[in-house]
Design a protein around this ligand. Structure first.
Ligand SMILES: Cc1cc2nc3c(=O)[nH]c(=O)nc-3n(C[C@H](O)[C@H](O)[C@H](O)COP(=O)(O)OP(=O)(O)OC[C@H]3O[C@@H](n4cnc5c(N)ncnc54)[C@H](O)[C@@H]3O)c2cc1C
Length: 645
C-alpha cells in the first residue's frame, strides 16, 4: 500500500499508522497468540488503524477499502479469545470504540440506542444512572464492546434469566460495502438479523444497536448448595429451570473447581484439601511445566478429593417477586438433595464475579498455557458431552469445569484447562477436544465465537449453511473485503441423516415433522402427555416467523433441504458457532423442527395483567400464562398489581 493511498484514508477518517498503534491491534486475547508472544513471536500488525466516530466515517473507510482492495477487520475491544479480530499485515483495522454514543432509555419500549464501540461496563453504569440495566454481564464486561457482543453472540453471567446477547438485540444498523441495512425492529423487508448476529464482522460492520433493557433489580437473593455429585446437581438444575422459576444465576462448580476455588464451606476437604495445598505451593514458587508433564496423574490426584460440589443460585428483581421465586426455588433444591450452605457462597461469587478470568494470564509466564472451552447441549446429552470433552482435554492438560449458562432445555459446560507451554500440545489438545464435542452432539462453542481458531469445527457443525452464507456475503460485500476467509472454510461432510422424530422428555423438546398438519401433531403429542410450548394452529414450518418473548428459543434445531441437500442444524439451547438462521428459511425448506414442549400436567395460571418483573411462560389470546410451582402466588401478585393500577 503506498503512502498516497494511506494519506487519502487519513483525509476521510482519523487513521493511525504508527507501529505502536498497529501493534496494539495486532492480536486479540486468543491464548494461542499469548503463547507465541511469551515465546517472543510478535503477531503481524495491520496496515493501519482507523477510528470512525460516526456512520459517515465508517462508510468513508469502507469505501476506501473497497477502492483499494484492502481487507477490513472490525475491532471492538480485542477481548475475543478465538483470534477473530486479530490483525493481518494487509488489512485496515477499524477500531469502533469512538462510536460510543448511549441514548436515553425509552421506558415504553424498554430499549436504548447504543453505539457499537461502547464498553460494556460504561453501558451498565450509564443505564444504571437512568434506573435501567441490560444485565448482560460477561466476565469481560470491563474490556469488551456492545458491537463485539453482538458479532460473537456473547453470554453473560445472568443469561439464565435474561438470555444471551443475541436475545437482547432488538435491532441493528449495519454498514456493508454494497449497502447499509437495518435488522430486527428496524428491518425493512428481509430481516438479516439472524445472519449478522454471530457473523464476526464478515457481513458488515454493526454501526448502531437497539438494546433491550430491564429496570435495575430492586433486590437480589443469592445462596450456595452442596450436592453429593455433579449428576445430582444437574438434575436439580434441570428441575429448577423446567419449573419456570427463572433464577438469574445458576452456577455449578465441579468437585475440582469447588475445592480449588475454596467454595466448599461444608464440603469435605473443601478449600483446604490436598489439591488446594498443591495449587498453593505452585502459586508461590514453581514453574508449572514440571507438574504438568503428567497431566493424567494430576487429574487423577485432583479427583481423589471426592465428588461433592457446590451450586450457586440467585434470583433478582422486584423484592416481592424475587422473594416468591427464591422461596419456591430453595424448596425445590433442598427437595432435590441440596444442602443449604447459606448466603455466603453466592454473595462471595457476586462480589468477585469479574475477577476470575484475569487470573489466567500469569500462568503464561510460568511455562504453561491456560485456556477455556465452552460447549453446550441438551440435558439428555450433557453427560456424554461432558465426559467426552473432559477425556480429550485431560490427555494433555489439567482440567476442571463449571456449568453456568443454564436453560430449560439444556446447559453449557465451561472447561478451564492448563497445559505445558508448547504450541504443538496446544493445537493437539484443541483439535481433540473440538472433535470430541462435535462427535458427542454438542455445539463446539456456546459464547466465545469461532474466529480462525474454531471455524473448521463450527463449519462442520453448520455444514450446509456455507452456501447461503456465501451468497449473502457476495451480495453485501462483492469485493470480499470484510474479514476475508470467515466464517465458513470449505469442509466436506457426508449428507447427514434426518433427525429421529420423537420426544426428549428430560430436555422437554420434541423433534417433529415440520409439515405435519396441526391436528395430527397435537394429538400425537397429547397421547404422550405433552403439548407444544408455543401452540400453533398451522404446521410448525408455517409458525416460524411468529414472535415470541425475546429470551425464548422457539426453534432449537431443524433439518431442511437447501438446493436439494439436507442440512441438519443441531438441537441445542444456544450456541455461538457463527450465525443462527435456524428459523430464517422459507417454510417449504423445512423437514423436521425441534421445539420446546410442556407436560400437559404442569400447573398453569392465566392472568390478564403482569405485576412488574413477573416473567410469563407465554402469552395467549386469553391473557398471560404463568407456570410452575410459583404460578398461583405470582398470579396473586399480578392481581394485586392490577387492582393498584
Ligand atoms: C477475561 C475474559 C473474559 C471473557 N468472558 C466472557 C464471557 O463471560 N462471555 C462471553 O461471551 N465472552 C467472554 N469473553 C470473550 C470476549 O470478551 C467476547 O467474545 C466479546 O464479545 C468480544 O467483544 P470485543 O468488543 O472485545 O470484540 P473483538 O474481540 O474486538 O471482536 C470480536 C469479533 O467481532 C467482530 N466485531 C467487533 N465489533 C464489531 C462490529 N461493531 N461490527 C461487526 N463486527 C464486529 C470482530 O471483527 C471480531 O470478528 C472473555 C474474554 C476475556 C479476555
Amino acid at each position: 500500500m503506498n503512502d498516497a493511498a494511506l494519506a487519502v484514508l487519513s483525509s476521510v477518517v482519523e487513521t493511525d499508522v504508527t507501529p505502536l498503534e498497529r501493534l496494539a491491534h495486532a492480536r486479540d486475547l486468543w491464548p494461542r497468540s499469548t503463547l507465541a508472544l511469551v515465546e517472543g513471536r510478535l503477531p503481524p500488525s495491520p496496515l493501519a488503524v482507523s477510528f470512525p466516530q460516526h456512520e459517515g466515517d465508517l462508510r468513508a473507510a469502507i469505501d476506501w477499502a473497497v477502492a483499494n482492495r484492502v481487507p477490513v477487520v472490525p475491532w471492538g475491544a480485542g477481548s475475543g479469545v478465538c483470534g477473530a479480530a486479530a490483525g493481518r499485515p494487509d488489512a485496515l483495522t477499524l477500531d469502533l470504540k469512538r462510536m460510543n454514543r448511549i441514548g436515553q432509555v425509552d421506558a415504553a419500549t424498554r430499549t436504548v440506542r447504543v453505539g457499537p464501540g461502547v464498553i460494556g461496563q460504561h453501558l451498565e453504569d450509564n443505564l444504571g444512572r437512568q434506573g435501567w440495566a441490560t444485565r448482560h454481564s460477561p466476565s469481560s464486561i470491563w474490556c469488551s464492546t456492545v458491537g463485539g457482543w453482538a458479532a460473537t453472540r456473547s453470554a453473560g453471567q445472568f443469561s439464565s434469566r435474561y438470555g444471551k446477547f443475541e436475545d437482547m438485540v432488538a435491532a441493528m444498523r449495519v454498514v456493508a460495502p454494497a449497502r447499509a441495512f437495518r435488522t430486527g425492529r428496524w428491518a425493512q423487508g428481509r430481516d438479516l438479523g439472524p445472519w449478522v448476529l454471530g457473523s464476526e464482522g464478515a457481513l458488515g460492520v454493526i454501526s448502531e444497536l437497539l438494546v433491550r433493557v430491564v429496570p435495575l433489580p430492586e433486590s437480589r437473593w443469592m445462596r450456595g448448595y452442596r450436592f453429593p455429585s455433579v449428576p445430582a446437581a444437574w438434575e436439580a438444575m434441570r428441575l429448577l429451570m423446567q419449573a419456570e422459576l427463572h433464577p438469574c444465576v445458576v452456577r455449578l462448580y465441579d468437585p475440582v473447581d469447588t475445592r480449588i476455588g475454596g467454595r466448599g464451606k461444608g464440603v469435605k476437604g473443601g478449600g483446604s484439601g490436598l489439591l488446594k495445598n498443591l495449587v498453593g505451593t505452585l502459586d508461590a514458587r514453581t514453574n508449572l511445566s514440571m507438574p504438568l508433564a503428567l497431566p493424567r496423574l494430576l487429574n487423577a490426584l485432583a479427583g481423589w478429593g471426592g465428588d461433592e460440589c457446590v451450586l450457586v443460585v440467585g434470583w433478582e428483581g422486584t423484592t416481592e417477586v424475587a422473594e416468591v421465586l427464591a422461596r419456591h426455588g430453595h424448596g425445590l433444591l433442598l427437595h432435590a438433595g441440596g444442602k443449604d450452605l447459606g448466603a455466603e457462597p453466592g454473595d462471595h461469587w457476586y462480589a468477585h464475579r469479574h475477577s476470575v478470568s484475569y487470573k489466567l494470564a500469569p500462568i503464561f509466564t510460568r511455562g504453561a498455557f491456560a485456556d477455556t472451552m465452552e460447549v453446550a447441549s441438551t440435558w439428555s446429552n450433557l453427560p456424554a458431552l461432558d465426559a467426552a470433552v473432559r477425556v480429550a482435554l485431560g490427555e494433555d492438560c489439567f482440567v476442571m469445569a463449571h456449568y453456568s449458562h443454564v436453560y430449560r432445555e439444556g446447559c453449557s459446560i465451561y472447561f478451564t484447562f492448563v497445559g505445558r507451554a508448547e504450541e504443538g500440545r496446544y493445537d493437539r489438545v484443541w483439535a481433540r477436544a473440538l472433535a470430541a464435542a462435535g462427535a458427542s452432539g454438542g455445539t463446539v462453542c456456546h459464547h466465545h465465537g469461532v474466529g480462525p481458531h474454531k471455524m473448521h469445527a463450527a463449519a462442520r457443525e453448520l455444514a450446509g449453511l456455507a452456501a447461503p452464507f456465501a451468497e449473502l456475503r457476495d451480495e453485501l460485500d462483492p469485493t470480499g473485503i470484510l474479514n476475508p476467509g470467515r466464517l465458513f472454510p470449505p469442509v466436506s461432510i457426508p449428507e447427514p441423516p434426518a433427525p429421529t422424530l420423537g420426544i426428549d422428555s428430560r430436555s422437554l423438546i420434541a423433534t417433529l415433522s415440520a409439515q405435519q398438519p396441526a391436528a395430527d401433531r397435537d394429538a400425537w403429542l397429547s397421547q404422550r402427555g405433552y403439548m407444544l410450548r408455543f401452540p400453533t394452529a398451522g404446521t410448525l414450518a408455517a409458525a416460524l416467523g411468529q414472535p415470541h418473548a425475546p429470551w425464548e428459543t422457539a426453534v432449537l434445531g431443524a433439518s431442511l433441504h437447501l438446493d436439494g441437500t439436507r442440512v441438519v442444524l443441531l438441537a441445542v439451547p444456544r450456541s455461538s458457532a457463527g450465525p443462527d438462521p435456524r428459523a430464517a428459511f422459507p417454510a417449504h425448506c423445512y423437514e423436521t423442527i425441534t421445539v420446546p414442549v410442556v407436560p400437559l400436567a404442569q400447573l398453569t395460571v392465566v392472568v390478564s395483567r403482569l405485576a412488574p418483573d413477573v416473567r410469563p411462560a407465554r402469552s395467549t389470546r386469553e391473557g398471560v400464562e404463568l407456570r410452575g410451582p410459583a404460578a398461583t402466588e405470582l398470579a396473586a401478585l399480578c392481581a394485586r398489581a392490577g387492582e393498584a393500577g
